[in-house]
Structure formats: structure tokens, C-alpha cells
Design a binder for this molecule. Structure first.
Ligand SMILES: C[S@@+](CC[C@H](N)C(=O)[O-])C[C@H]1O[C@@H](n2cnc3c(N)ncnc32)[C@H](O)[C@@H]1O
Length: 576
């Protein structure tokens, strides 16, 4: 069964059986010290920018613990890490490497003996990651370093950059043993090659062909020598036996261009698979604004990239694992290619986006979701552990879009709901309280936010049953006319309601993919400061990829995707 797992991949990996996965692709944060945001076009009200994930690592955030885990599980990798630590100290980079090492050890454990791992990274830490991979897999298991040109060119001279532009990512390819799953892939010949080598065109069929040598060396040992005989008046050592040569001649595959000339083999262009794929990938362009598959999730990779990796290193029915799955490109590619899959991400938004991605483009896909609260107890635990994730989850349960962290002006989420048949939309404000002590004051605040925003409804979510005072406070907001009858303008829901399936009496159309596709841009929150000359030498502060994407004219493998319907907007609502 396919699995979509919400949570820290290290914890999820512990629940995956050893030697059960055929192919792993991982595209972890690159340690670029950026915060990646996703800008949501809100169907009603203002656009919301939400933090998707941070790419900053600190020693205090469990690096010591990660090192200790590696010490207990893989001494060779621990030695690699301690050597690196001797050089790098206990800084952010070392923290990043420790967190990667402990996960790579686990990934190696779950990989089948015929399995492969592809690690996608950029120059920020690729050299250190390769050393760690050598430690985990053994240096003999290194197969190749793929260079993916993710960007055409950029000129940062105006920003004070004094170095060549970084336009490529690195993808390390390792296999668990020397017997790995492999399918050759080919790219088409370029035109110059075709013109130079397949110069002949067959009359009638118009098929292009080239002529190939069929003579062979004689050799000193008569037992091993190639056959020598006369054919079409020419005596040579030949590559084929006399019978085979005659059969090929009868089939029109051996030709003599003029009497007295050495016969040659006719090789048609349309029978050739193309050029075996090399490790310099320049034909898969990054996603840009108008790509249909572009969702807007930061660092989203093209489907064509993942399809290539999956086709080369797995077969139908194999299990593909992406432990940092983001908006689910690997999951999408695996499903399209008939593979089974496991996707893991620690960001709730990523899980939401993947669910909607599947709903939109892969409605036939069957999968289970793990890590999302399925009962009241789990929901309460989540509220205690991470109130923000609880908030995200609660808002999504009522069909809304969460507002994210930071100053929220009393709005934790918003819902656009259908008002009657004319595709008119109502606007609800959601307020989520993850704490135990909630009283009528909090409901009063929501009422005032609903009034301030000129919203149609307010939804108040709390852990426990509301007190009588809270109910009274909500009731004073009055009622609203909805297609199914009248409803309180401010409604209170508890986690119990969220688990059993909330009924607000409204119809929503939330789809995170559609909402994200409406996003005008996905921007880094913090622009890098102008670097000093010393920083430039030490650490290229380039973003890992242009999230705005490259130029037009790409040759992306076409996707057969339905044109997604965008979430309609209630325009000019604020001007009322
Ligand atoms: C570079 S993005 C992956 C993008 C992905 N390849 C795509 O095409 O959408 C990295 C992802 O790793 C996730 N992540 C970071 N730390 C994680 C962890 N410990 N466990 C699981 N996911 C994690 C982030 O939430 C982010 O979505």
C-alpha cells in the first residue's frame, strides 16, 4: 500500500522494514540558510504567505543526539563525522551533516540489496555529503555524480557577486551492492549527428540509414579466427558466418554500393534507441510560472527529472521512497509509472498539497495517510506538541486555508464557501485555540475580527466543550442565511467535532494545489545580505534553485494533466 507520512523522516524510517525499498530519492534542504515560503492566493481576503520550511540548522537542534545515534549504529560513519567535526567544529554546517548522516544510515538499512539511492544537493555541502555517503555505502558503491542544469544563466554582478554563476545541482547515485536494478535510458540523437552519420536516405521508404563495417580481424589462432570467404566478389575475414551473411543480404541489410566495393551493413536510424544517457542532464528544464505542473511549493522539482531516475533504477511494482517529499514530485512520478511509493514530509502544508495533487491529477491512486490525528487523543497530543501544526490541521479539517505563523491579527485561517448557486463566495474567519484555558473573551475577539474583516462567519475551534458563557457569547453574533438553512454566525467546534467530521453547514472547495497555483510568486522571505568578499570566498550564498524558474522555450516532457480549475475569488470584497 502506498504511504504518505507526516512527520520527521527519522522517526518514520524506524517503522519501515529493513531491505524493503527498491529506490530512494532524497532532496533534502540544502543548508542554504533560507526560509522557504509559499504565497497563497486567498480566495477571499488578503493573500497569505506561509512558511513552508526552514533551511537552517543549529547545533543545539539535536546534532549531538544525531551524532550519538550514528555512534551506536554505524561506527564507520561516526568516524567520518568526528573527522569532519575536527575540521568544522560544532557549527551549523556540522549540525546539518550530523542530521543527514543519521538519516542516511537509516535509508541504507531500508534499501534492498538491489536498490539504489539518489541524493539531490547543491554545491553548498555536496563535497561533505559525498564523504558521508562513502562512509554509509562504501566508496565502491558510488556509481556516478549527475549534474542537472537547473537554470540557464543568471547575472548577479549587480548584487556584487564576483564568481561564475552556479547553475547546476548535483545528484549522487549510489547502489547498495554491486548487483543493482538498471534500465538503460536513451536521448534522441542531435541533428548534427544525424546529418553527419545517417547520411543516406532509402528511396521509396525515405528511411535514414548509415553503412557499417562488417569485416573482422583474422587472428593468429585458427580456432578463434573469424570466417574468411568470398562474398559479392570480395574475399575478407567477416563478422558473420556465410549463412548469416546470406540471410542478411536476402533481407536487404547487406549492400554493395558499387561492384568491387566491400559490402557493408545497412543500419536504419529509426531502429536505433538514441544516445545512452550520460550524467550531464541539460535537457530537463526547471519549472517556471507557466508550467502546468508547477504547484508553487518552494523547491518543487520537475516530474521529468524524477521519472528519469525512477525509470532508470526501478521496475513496475517496485517501492520508491522519498523521505523529504515536499509537494510530492517523486510520489507523482512513481504513481504515473506504476510503482509503489512512500512519501514523508515534516511540513503539514506539504502533506496537504500532496493530497490535493493526488486528488487533482491522480484520482485513482490508493494510499494511506500516517501521522495525521485520527482520534481525539492524537489531536490533543498534537496540540500539546506543536500548536502551529495543530492549527494547520484544524483549519484544513474545516476546509480552510491556514494563515501560518507570525502576527495573524486574530486570523488563524480563512474559509471560502459557496453561497447559493451563482458561484458567489462567503468568507469565514477561523480562530484556533490549542490551549486548555479558553473562555468567552476569546470568542468575543473572534466576533470583533469577523466584524472588522466584514466576513460572513466566524469559526472558533478549541480543545474542550465550550462553557455556557462561551456559547452565549457566540450566540450574540446572530445567525446567517445559508443555502441549507440558517446557522449561527459564529460557530464553536471542538477536537471531537474535527475528528468526527465537522458540519458547519457550508460547502467549501479548498484545494491546496489550486490555491498554490494561483500564487503570483513564491519568494524567499529573507533576501541574502550583500556578502562580504570573505563570505563570497567561503560560502556561495546563491539560492539552491531559482524558484521563479527559467526562461521560456523549455523542452519539458509534456504532461497530460487536466487543466486545474482555480479557486474562484470574491473580488473587491474589502472595498465594501
Ligand atoms: C527541498 S524540499 C523537497 C522538494 C521536493 N523534491 C519537491 O519536488 O517538491 C525539502 C523538504 O524536506 C522537508 N523536510 C525537512 N526536514 C525534514 C525531516 N526531518 N523529515 C521529513 N521532511 C523534512 C521540508 O518540509 C521540505 O518539504
Amino acid at each position: 500500500m502506498n504511504r504518505l507520512c507526516f512527520g520527521d523522516n527519522l522517526e518514520v524510517l524506524h517503522r519501515i522494514d529493513a531491505s524493503s525499498v527498491d529506490l530512494i530519492y532524497l532532496d533534502p534542504p540544502f543548508n542554504s540558510k533560507a526560509t522557504y515560503n509559499i504565497l497563497y492566493k486567498s480566495p477571499v481576503g488578503a493573500d497569505a504567505q506561509r512558511k513552508a520550511f526552514e533551511d537552517t540548522w543549529r547545533w543545539e537542534d539535536g546534532a549531538e543526539e544525531a551524532l550519538d545515534r550514528v555512534r551506536r549504529t554505524n561506527l564507520a560513519v561516526f568516524k567520518v563525522l568526528t573527522s569532519l567535526q575536527g575540521f568544522l567544529g560544532q557549527g551549523d554546517l556540522m549540525a546539518y551533516l550530523a542530521m543527514m548522516a543519521v538519516r542516511l544510515v537509516e535509508l541504507h538499512r531500508v534499501l534492498k540489496s538491489t536498490g539504489s539511492l539518489y541524493l539531490h544537493c547543491d554545491p553548498t555541502a555536496s563535497h561533505y555529503l559525498k564523504v558521508i555517503l562513502d562512509g554509509v555505502f562504501g566508496p565502491d558503491s558510488f556509481r556516478t555524480e549527475i549534474s542537472w542544469r537547473r537554470q540557464s544563466a543568471h547575472n548577479d554582478a549587480a548584487q556584487g557577486r564576483r564568481q561564475f554563476g552556479n547553475v547546476r545541482d548535483t545528484i549522487f547515485f549510489y547502489t547498495k551492492t554491486s548487483n543493482w536494478t538498471w534500465n538503460w535510458l536513451y536521448t534522441p540523437y542531435d541533428e548534427e549527428y544525424v546529418r553527419g552519420f545517417y547520411r543516406h536516405v532509402e528511396e521509396g521508404s525515405e528511411r535514414r540509414y548509415r553503412l557499417g563495417d562488417i569485416t573482422a580481424p583474422g587472428g593468429a589462432d585458427p580456432a578463434k579466427r573469424n570466417p574468411q570467404y568470398e562474398f559479392l566478389g570480395i574475399t575478407r575475414y567477416w563478422r558473420y558466418s556465410r549463412e548469416r551473411m546470406q540471410a542478411l543480404f536476402d533481407a536487404g541489410r547487406i549492400i554493395q554500393t558499387a561492384p568491387g566495393r566491400v559490402p557493408q551493413y545497412k543500419r536504419y536510424l529509426d531502429e536505433m534507441p538514441g544516445v545512452a544517457l550520460q550524467n550531464d542532464w541539460t535537457d530537463i528544464k526547471p519549472l517556471h510560472g507557466s508550467n502546468q505542473e508547477r504547484i508553487g511549493y518552494p523547491t518543487q522539482k520537475p516530474l521529468a527529472l524524477l521519472e528519469r531516475i525512477i525509470q532508470a533504477s526501478s521496475n513496475e511494482g517496485d517501492v520508491i521512497l522519498d523521505p523529504f517529499c515536499g509537494c510530492g514530485t517523486a510520489v507523482h512520478a512513481a504513481e504515473r509509472l506504476g510503482r509503489k511509493w512512500i512519501g514523508i514530509d515534516i511540513t503539514y502544508l506539504a502533506i496537504q498539497v500532496i493530497e490535493d495533487r493526488i486528488k487533482t491529477w491522480l484520482p485513482q491512486a490508493k494510499y494511506s495517510i500516517e501521522g495525521i490525528p485520527k482520534d481525539e487523543f492524537a489531536a490533543r497530543q498534537l496540540a500539546k506538541r506543536d500548536p502551529y501544526v495543530f492549527q494547520d490541521w484544524a483549519v484544513s479539517r474545516v476546509g480552510g486555508q491556514a494563515r501560518g505563523r507570525g502576527p495573524d491579527k486574530g486570523i488563524d485561517g480563512e474559509i471560502a464557501f459557496l453561497l447559493g448557486r451563482q458561484k458567489k463566495y462567503g468568507h469565514a474567519i477561523v480562530s484556533v485555540k490549542a490551549g486548555q484555558n479558553v473562555g468567552p473573551d476569546a470568542v468575543r475577539v473572534l466576533k470583533s475580527v469577523v466584524a472588522r474583516e466584514r466576513a460572513d462567519m466566524g469559526v472558533f475551534i478549541c480543545l474542550n466543550e465550550p462553557t455556557a458563557d462561551m456559547r452565549t457569547e457566540a450566540a450574540t453574533a446572530g445567525r446567517i442565511e445559508l443555502p441549507g438553512g440558517t446557522r449561527p454566525r459564529v460557530q464553536i467546534l471542538t477536537v471531537k467535532d474535527l475528528i468526527s467530521g465537522p458540519n458547519l453547514g457550508i460547502l467549501t472547495e479548498l484545494n491546496a494545489v489550486r490555491a498554490a497555483q494561483e500564487a503570483k510568486a513564491v519568494q524567499r522571505k529573507r533576501k541574502p545580505k550583500t556578502p562580504t568578499a570573505d563570505q563570497l570566498r567561503k560560502e556561495p550564498p546563491l539560492p539552491p534553485m531559482s524558484i521563479k524558474g527559467g526562461k521560456a522555450g523549455h523542452t519539458q516532457v509534456p504532461m497530460e494533466l487536466d487543466d486545474p480549475v482555480l479557486v474562484p475569488q470574491v473580488k473587491e470584497r474589502r472595498k465594501r
